[in-house]
Structures are given as C-alpha cells and as structure tokens.
Design a protein around this ligand. Structure first.
Ligand SMILES: Nc1ncnc2c1ncn2[C@@H]1O[C@H](COP(=O)(O)OP(=O)(O)OP(=O)(O)O)[C@@H](O)[C@H]1O
Length: 308
C-alpha cells in the first residue's frame, strides 16, 4: 500500500494582491521522486517554503509526514532534509566540521556523531576531502555535501531546490545517481528545477506550475499523452507482405509514416515495440531494426507553454 509522505490540499499563498500559489493539490508517496517545473515566478519556491513551514499558508492545508508545518515547524524541519539553491556552509570550516556543527545543532548524541558523519561523507564520496575547507570546494562538491547533511540526518523526506544547476555533466550524473539511490531506500524526494532533461531522468512524476497553479501533473508519458496526444515514436525497419496495414492496426498507433519501402515510423500513445515485432511476424517479414524514442519533457513543456 502506498504511503503518502507529503499531502497538499488547496494550498494557497497570497502576498498582498499577488497569489503566488493558488489552490494546489498534490501528494508525494514514500520513495517517490516528484519534480516541480515551471517558469520563473510560477510558485515553486513558495510551495517548498510552505512545506517547510518557512512561510505562512493563506488557505488550504499541507501535511509532511503527517505533521502540519505551520503548527510544528521545528518537528518538520528536523524530519525533512532541505537543500536550498545556494547551499549554505561555513567556508572556513572543513566538510567534517560543517557536518559536526549541524549534528550538534540537531542534538545528535556526541558518541554517534563521528560514525554518522563518516558514513554520510562516504556515501557522497567526499571522504577523501573530509578535512579540507569548504572554501576550496567546487559547486558539485558543495551539492554533495548538502546531500551528505541529508543522509546524516537520516530524514525520510528530501526537498531540493535547483540541485543540479551549475553542475558539470559528471557531477550531474553522480548527483542524480545519489538522489535515485536515496529514493530506492524509501526517501521521498521533492525537487524543483528548470533543467528538464535532468528532471525527466530522475522524476517518477512531475507537476507543471503555471501562474501559481498546477497546470499538469503525472508521469512523463502521461503528460505526453495529454499535451502531444501521444509521444512515443517507434522506428521499424522490416519487410513483409502488407506490413503497413498490420502496423496501422496496432492499438494506440495514431500515425504511420513510411519514408521508404522498408522504413516505418509509428507515433503511438504507448510503447508499441512488442506489437510491431508481432506485426512483422504476421506479415511474414524480417525485422532488421526496432527502436523507440521516449517523449521528451522538453518538447512537452515547450508545446504546453506555446499553446497557452
Ligand atoms: N516574499 C514575497 N513577497 C512578495 N511576493 C513574493 C514573495 N515571494 C514570492 N513572491 C511572488 O510570488 C510569485 C511566485 O514566486 P516563486 O519564487 O515561488 O516562484 P518560482 O516558481 O520559485 O520561481 P523561480 O523559478 O524564479 O525560482 C512571484 O510572482 C513572486 O514575485
């Protein structure tokens, strides 16, 4: 049975005449990676701040691990790992000293601190630079130290604001892999980002914010269906008697192109590769190549905002 870790219901935040977040409703399950997307000013950061009890709620409700961040902000902060856009560490302290400082603030017993810090630094592969001052760290290393802090806290929820912006490709890979491994252990991750390719790779579901509202929400294939009317492009290279007719008859295929006698391109609302392979057999043909292009979040996002 799924376990809801974050529940927002009609959540609203007004700043004077501006409604920054306008009646949004969503849930995040245990172990789920949930992405907030949308243009600047769409309400993502304000949503995050409300989840953390860092800004007031004008209407609606929110629960994080069953707690109300308005009423119990300290309890929520203790149970949630938060990594803001610019992770704040003390530059003149080493990585280990920074984590030690946080551990003391959290009230972690002195006897447990060293082991917890070592384990967290090893987890994010910073053990070799544990005693170097953070001033010497690259952005990627700082982001990993931010995750180490979350690992050390042992929280069940991690909230990350723009975590991969400014990271080089290798640091990005490492970071996304770490986030995925946390989720695999049951940590729920809510993250906001403008980097759609990263979001597509890491998120189980995304919510597309537009002027304070959630305009679209779901898995990438589900959004592709809504926005593009499909989105899976299956390329088939094969021969066979009457193959075009067999391919066109596959449920979910809404367009068939045949640029030359042996090449077909199917647009479908789901991955129809298995059906396409069967169609080739039915047509008594030979299959030379079969591939699928997943719908891209980038294309979905741009098409959605162009259509608005
Ligand atoms: N403290 C504040 N006082 C007044 N208005 C605010 C405040 N914080 C945010 N806003 C307004 O609320 C709206 C949503 O802002 P928010 O920062 O949540 O957007 P965002 O989606 O996180 O944008 P970005 O991608 O730029 O981080 C914007 O119109 C912003 O100007």
């Amino acid at each position: 049975m799924s376990e809801l870790v974050i529940q927002a219901d009609g959540l609203t935040r007004r700043y004077g005449a501006t409604t920054a977040v306008d009646h949004i409703t969503f849930t995040v399950e245990r172990g789920e990676v949930f992405g907030l997307l949308g243009p600047n000013g769409a309400g993502k950061t304000t949503t995050i701040l409300m989840l953390l009890g860092l800004t007031d709620i004008s209407a609606g409700s929110v629960r994080v691990l069953g707690r109300d961040p308005q009423r119990e902000p300290l309890a929520v902060k203790r149970q949630v790992g938060y990594m803001p856009d610019a992770v704040g560490f003390y530059d003149h302290l080493t990585a280990r000293e920074n984590l030690s400082y946080t551990a003391r603030l959290l009230g972690m017993p002195a006897g447990e601190r060293d082991a917890a810090i070592d384990a967290a630094l090893a987890r994010v592969r910073l053990q070799d630079v544990a005693d170097k001052r953070v001033a010497t760290f690259s952005r990627g290393m700082r982001q990993r130290l931010g995750l180490a802090e979350i690992v050390m806290k042992g929280t069940q929820v991690a909230i990350l604001d723009e975590p991969t912006s400014g990271l080089d490709p290798q640091s990005t890979e490492e970071f996304l892999e770490l986030v995925r491994s946390l989720a695999a252990e049951g940590v729920s991750v809510l993250l906001s980002s403008h980097l759609l390719e990263h979001m597509q790779r890491i998120c189980d579901r995304v919510a597309l914010f537009q002027r304070g509202r959630i305009a679209l929400m779901g898995t990438v294939p589900a959004l592709a269906k809504q926005v593009l009317g499909g989105g899976y492009a299956v390329a088939v290279e094969a021969d066979g008697q009457g193959l075009a007719g067999h391919l066109r008859a596959i449920p979910g295929v809404y367009q068939l192109e045949q640029p030359d006698p042996q090449h077909y391109r199917l647009l479908a609302d789901h991955d129809v590769r298995a059906d396409a392979a069967r169609a080739v057999v039915q047509a008594g043909g030979q299959l030379y190549r079969l591939s699928v292009d997943q719908p891209s979040l980038d294309v979905i996002y741009n098409r959605f905002f162009q259509s608005q």
